[in-house]
Design a protein around this ligand. Sequence first.
Ligand SMILES: Nc1ncnc2c1ncn2[C@@H]1O[C@H](COP(=O)(O)OP(=O)(O)OP(=O)(O)O)[C@@H](O)[C@H]1O
Length: 817
Amino acid sequence: MATHARTANGGKPHFSRKRSTNDRLQKRKREQDEVTDLQARVNALDLKPTTPIAKFADLPLSDPSAAGISASHFTTLTDIQAQAIPLALKGKDILGAAKTGSGKTLAFLIPVLEKLYRAQWTEYDGLGALILSPTRELALQIFDVLRKIGRKHAFSAGLVIGGKAGFSLKEEAERLTRMNILVCTPGRMKQHLEQAAGFNADNLQILVLDEADRIMDMGFQREVDQLVEHLPKDRQTLMFSATQSKKVSDLARLSLKDPEYVSVHEAASHATPTNLQQHYIVTPLHEKLDTLYGFIKANLKSKIIVFLSSGKQVRFAYESFRHLQPGIPLLHLHGRQKQTARLEITHRFTSAKYSCLFATDVVARGIDFPAVDWVIQADCPEDVDTYIHRVGRTARYESNGKAVLFLEPSEEDGMLKKLEAKKIPIARVNVKENKKKSIQNSLQNMCFQNPDLKYLGQKAFISYVRAIQYQNDKSIFNLKKLDLDAFSKSMGLPGTPQIKFQKGEDVKKIKNAPRQGMSSGSESEMDMNGVKKPKDKKKDQVRTKYDKMFERTNQDVLSSHYSKMVGKSGDDDDDDDSEDDILAVKRRLDDSDLDNEASKGPTSNIKVVEGLGGQDPYVIDSKRREKALKSKKKMAKFKGMPTKMVFDDEGNAHPLYEMSTPADFQGAGAADEQRQVFVEDESKKVLEADVDDKERVRQRKREKKAKRKALERGESFVNDNNGDEDSAPQLVSGGDDDGDGHDPIAFMRSLPVAGEDSDAEPPKKKAKKWFQQDDSDADVDEQPKKKQKSKGKVFKMHEEPETLEDLEALATGLLDG
Ligand SMILES: Nc1ncnc2c1ncn2[C@@H]1O[C@H](COP(=O)(O)OP(=O)(O)OP(=O)(O)O)[C@@H](O)[C@H]1O
């Protein structure tokens, strides 16, 4: 697990100087006096001043904090800082709500540092402050701000965000015991408090929840509740968000004492920053990608974030647009990427001048990317809060920004009403006709040539449909109103993926399920990473051949997508959408069912046909395999080699040649005599069979001759004299099915049989060529004339092909002629 634990002083060692005891006592006294004085100034703070405090220098702050803030070039307080910091310094619990980009981070970090400073916190006091963030990226960002403004303090601080590489839980825990301030995601922190002996939070002074509404929602409920159990009740608690609620249940869960509600929204006329221009475009679902591509092409010299509803949508848009090379660096970010990749991408987008980042809501909250020009919501957000957080990635602090929301016609009315109710000023714009660009054909080509992309598209389609189906707000989202076939086509998919919805599921439960369990792979879950997955029962079981078969993948970049299409991968890179519980592509259902059902034994729905002839059993796990049962050819391999049997008088089957016992053999006489008898018997049988064969051949010849004559006379000929239907053709003149004078089946049967005419008239001399051009002397042949046309030339077939060479010659003649 990648874990980062650093100290707020930049990891510099503290050099202990030799001082006299007197010096030390004097220093301690001085510090004590400073703290007493600081506390007095804090106590004297007027919480309802006539003019709010404007500058950091006017706040009762410790020297190290003041120095760190000044060195970070912060001088003037923002509204939320001016209102929240004095209250927090006085030890109040706070519920803080302020617009995105309004400086909430400092509003809680400064009180954290001051609280510990005034408590004269040392490394021996253990964990004094815990700051929770819903995402790793946000935790990292908070940690960086803490390092900046806390640089003059001597506290140790750590970042606990889990990840895949790096320290084990144990190594991490050892380091954490020495930390005074921790910034972390809830899941990983809970794990430490539960599993790491020696690490405790009994002395915790202050708890902070950034994006508190998100941390307190169903997705993190369990982790937060369990974590809070490990924390002392007499602590200070600060909760901040741009979309804060006063939910009493949340306050009770966190044991907040008479919290102060600090909201700068209530005074504002809008819930979003005033320097943000907000627009929406109505674009049918099947034109969404075209509109998006057109938009990106028209804004190449910009920094853009495109929000999509799932990791698969992000991957598909990113991969397909990358192939189209719009002319701007493309990046993508979602919760299923490895920690290092996520941080690298975040860093690249932060430092980019022009770039387009496709992202899920993993970066919707709190992330402070500098100088973002546009926020595009290509998929409608699930609610207005998400809208507010997404658009908040631009127009931060005092900078300007623009946001565009794509609305499907069916979503327009519902969403606009909701936005209006929350005081969001948004205006409609239309895409210029000349800017419209269809990429459907290109996508179709790409999906055709690249199956990985096609599978990704199918998964993206499914995750989109699923997202719409399980949206809570039915006044906005209505699956029935969407033209899914057109949407699938617009993605370049060869057909519309079929989706099965399971009835009777508790939609709300399903929707939140992935977030609740750390294992289920939701976007949010990935954000608070590092929590151990519940033990996978299947891993403890013996893996069957079929398990292994479905685990096999190729090594392509996107092979994981394919494996997800056909079965469960079960690995960490599983889908954030976790749609398995709810719906599945039909193909997938079959295969993954096999995976599950195979282990269930006799009650399983999977049918197994025991192999014959020692072959492996044939498992009927899909319609295709069931159909194959009807094919003799496909089943032939399960039958093994045939053995000829003979039946005795009692009707018992015996092999054709049976080994007699030594006693029987000896009793039958001398070996030479026995062989002699055997040879004579067999020769007699051969002679008898020969007479029969000859008679049959003669009979056939007679019939053939009669047939030929009948044909010459133009009569129909029906063989009715020996009942051996296979031995002679049944030709009925005029009964042609293929339009060239011959019933195809009869024609095939009339091919000469080798040796058949051995004692009949010698065959006519074969023509040297199978075909000749129409203008040469026509061969007279009693066979019905067959005309073959090829490339404008007419050929006459003199005789029917007998051998492979003949057939080849026929083919060559046709092609070359
Ligand atoms: N007092 C200040 N003076 C100047 N810049 C500030 C001040 N406070 C914060 N900022 C800057 O404003 C930007 C936004 O701050 P911050 O990330 O804390 O916003 P936020 O309210 O937490 O936003 P969000 O709701 O999106 O999380 C940051 O770049 C930060 O450096």
